[in-house]
Write a protein that binds this ligand. Structure first.
Ligand SMILES: [Zn+2]
Ligand SMILES: [Zn+2]
Length: 181
């Protein structure tokens, strides 16, 4: 999203709102639709504040059953943009603006929100995406999706019973030690 901000640069406090739909791309992310952006740009004296919302749909892989599913998202975000020349004089020598994570606009007086939005989408990704709240995941034995019907594998519970049985002689041993005391 590229926005001309010349109109608000003359005076602190000036603002305008802008709505745009943009095709976004990011490494390892699949967007199923263009992203809706609605932002208000405010001159805050030492720079321009971009405040708004990001809405879209991602294709994610379920952490339980590995199936792809549509993940609609919407979140608010805020980002500050400074004039490039001022930022350069502020930045210490040898440290790039990317390292300081300062977003800037240059003499064309245009703000490009794309990178900030991309970073915000990544930050707002769920840490454990699931296709549905009641996703049953995969069979731990054969790897079949449980939602696609039952497989013939033994249930997990039987193996834990087995473990108890293996330990039972030791438990008995413990008891006999207790008796001797
Ligand atoms: Zn799932
Ligand atoms: Zn199975």
């Amino acid at each position: 999203m590229k926005v001309k901000i010349s109109g608000i640069l003359k005076q602190s406090g000036l603002k305008f709102t802008c709505e745009q739909t943009e095709t976004l791309s990011a490494p390892d992310l699949v967007f199923q639709s263009p992203v809706d952006l609605k932002f208000t740009f405010t001159n805050i004296g030492h720079g321009v504040l971009a405040e708004g919302t990001v809405k879209g749909v991602l294709l994610l892989s379920c952490a339980n059953c590995l199936q792809n599913f549509s993940y609609p998202f919407a979140f608010p975000m805020t980002e500050e943009y400074c004039a490039l020349q001022e930022s350069l004089s502020k930045a210490e020598k040898g440290v790039s603006l990317e390292e300081l994570s300062i977003f800037t606009y240059d003499e064309t007086e245009t703000i490009d929100l794309t990178e900030a939005v991309r970073q915000a989408v990544i930050l707002n990704l769920p840490s454990h995406p699931v296709c549905s709240p009641d996703c049953q995941g995969l069979c731990p034995v054969c790897g079949k999706r449980k939602s696609e019907g039952n497989c013939d594998c033994e249930e997990e519970s039987s193996s834990s019973d087995l473990a108890d049985e293996r330990w039972s002689p030791l438990l008995g041993l413990n008891k006999s030690f207790d008796k001797k005391k």
